[in-house]
Design a protein around this ligand. Structure first.
Ligand code: PLP
Length: 460
């Protein structure tokens, strides 16, 4: 092709573009280097397609840079029906906890005793509250409950044997398997009893000179029904103490209020575990307690000190922002009634189904308009789950916005498309697909107005 038939457009230099006010502003916002590389990419593309529009360039660069630097860990609407959804961050935090996190983000008195003007204990702030609320002699915190169990076993039973009931050798959500954690902690698991029945004498028979501790584990997301037996925790505690052994109780969720009194499935509390004679009780911060991810340990002072002095404790220590959130959450429990109102996990779990249904009825017309002709929208009863190790059979009556494809064919594809469109909203909406329909369980919807406002942007 002769040159005369193919005129190359004249492109500006990189430097001249970088000195345009609009692009200087982009460099200030997104950084000089990514802006420079976006400008180069735009010029390369202009060269390839032999087309260049200087007027639309800043706009295009801004889109590119914004998408490159968009934060991936965004807030979502959890309308899955599982309140403590591990993949969606478990417990949503109370406003008080969020404010405490913001306050602690800069320099903060995390390990500094302001009264005495010298180095302080990192866990002191939360330990005070954990002891006050549970009646324990001492407490400490680590990253999560898996760490708490690992630390307790390593500090109390390294190279020693720990008898555990075969009915409690459970796997909890992914990688927490009791036998594996034991091995990593250096403790030797001694299986006692059978899957469905374990007796006190099984524990007694397993105790020998190498035994380091007795432990029970909350089976959490797993239930053994029918011909079953296990000793009461108090009996195992008494047996442990007869042999001068520490008794560890891994509670899992560890609610700090009486769940049954709130109309929820009963859950043993750390207070009950201590009253039953446990020397070390471990539980999560972000399950029924409704705080940030953390592993809480309460119990006998000498044993908690052993855990505190273990080098693993340093490797598992909680970050200052999480400590602040945890302290603020624990403070709310000073008044259990206030805790239920202010801590989202408890507030959402106790939300009456009638209130959820009323909200669903009110939102249904806007949702129907947003999803368009291809879907029929209705409000239907559904059942929420607690999540995070609570029994999947313990369901809470709730209500959902339900979208069913109207066409007889291609329902699966239509539902995936709608689910994807909901996830593409500025605050992604995560629902659940079941029975040829998309279900949005509204139990966890608190920002009704925000949800409704962004429906206008839905492109199913
Ligand atoms: C959830 C759970 C754990 C693990 O707790 P994380 O805080 O998720 O690390 C350990 N033990 C039991 C019994 C649990 O229910």
């Amino acid at each position: 092709m002769p040159d005369s038939e193919y005129t190359r457009i004249q492109l500006p230099s990189v430097d001249s573009l970088l000195s345009l006010p609009a692009i200087i502003a982009l460099a200030a916002q997104y950084g000089r280097r990514p802006t420079l590389s976006a400008v180069r990419a735009a010029l390369d593309e202009a060269r390839t397609c032999n087309r260049f529009d200087a007027t639309t360039l800043p706009e295009a660069l801004s889109r590119t840079l914004a998408s490159r630097q968009a934060i991936g860990l965004v807030a979502v609407h959890n309308l899955t029906g599982t309140v403590l959804h591990t993949n969606l961050g478990r417990a949503p935090l109370a406003d008080e906890a969020v404010q405490a996190m913001v306050a602690a983000a800069g320099a903060a008195a995390v390990e500094f005793d302001l009264a005495k003007g010298r180095r302080g204990e990192r866990d002191a702030h939360v330990e005070r509250w954990l002891c006050r609320l549970t009646g324990a002699e001492a407490a400490l915190v680590v990253n999560n409950n898996a760490s708490a169990v690992l630390l307790a076993l390593n500090a109390l039973a390294d190279r020693k044997e720990v008898p555990v009931s075969r009915g409690e050798l459970v796997e909890i959500g992914g990688a927490f398997r009791v036998p594996d954690v034991m091995k990593r902690a250096g403790a030797r698991l001694v299986e006692v009893g059978t899957t469905n029945r374990t007796h006190l004498r099984d524990y007694a028979d397993a105790i020998g000179p190498k035994t380091g501790a007795l432990m029970i584990v909350h089976p959490s997301n797993y239930a053994i029904q029918g011909f079953t037996a296990k000793p009461a925790p108090g009996e195992i505690a008494a047996l442990a103490h007869q042999h001068s052994l520490p008794f560890i109780d891994d509670l899992g969720s560890g609610a700090l209020v009486d769940m049954a009194a709130l109309g929820l499935p009963a859950e043993r509390t750390p207070m009950q575990a201590l009253a039953d004679g446990a020397d070390i009780v471990t539980f999560s911060g972000d399950k029924l307690l409704g705080g940030p991810q953390a592993g809480l340990v309460v119990g006998r002072k000498d044993l908690v000190e052993k855990l505190r002095r273990n080098p693993l404790k340093r490797a598992m220590r909680l970050d200052k922002v999480m400590l602040a959130a945890l302290e603020a959450t624990l403070v709310l429990y000073d008044d259990p009634e206030r805790a239920v109102q202010r801590i989202p996990a408890l507030r959402l779990l106790t939300r009456p189904a009638a209130d959820i249904r009323e909200m669903a009825e009110r939102l249904a017309p806007a949702f129907a308009a947003a999803v368009g002709q291809d879907f029929a929208v209705s409000v239907e009863d559904c059942q929420s789950q607690i999540g995070s190790g609570a029994l999947p059979v313990d369901l809470l009556p709730s209500a959902a916005l339900v979208a069913r494809p109207t066409a007889a064919r291609g329902k699966g594809r239509a539902l995936s498309r709608l689910a994807a469109a909901l996830r593409a909203l500025p605050r992604p909406v995560v629902g659940r697909t079941a029975d040829d329909a998309l279900w949005l369980d509204l139990r966890c919807l608190e920002d009704k107005a925000g949800f409704a406002a962004q429906l206008k942007e839905l492109r199913p």
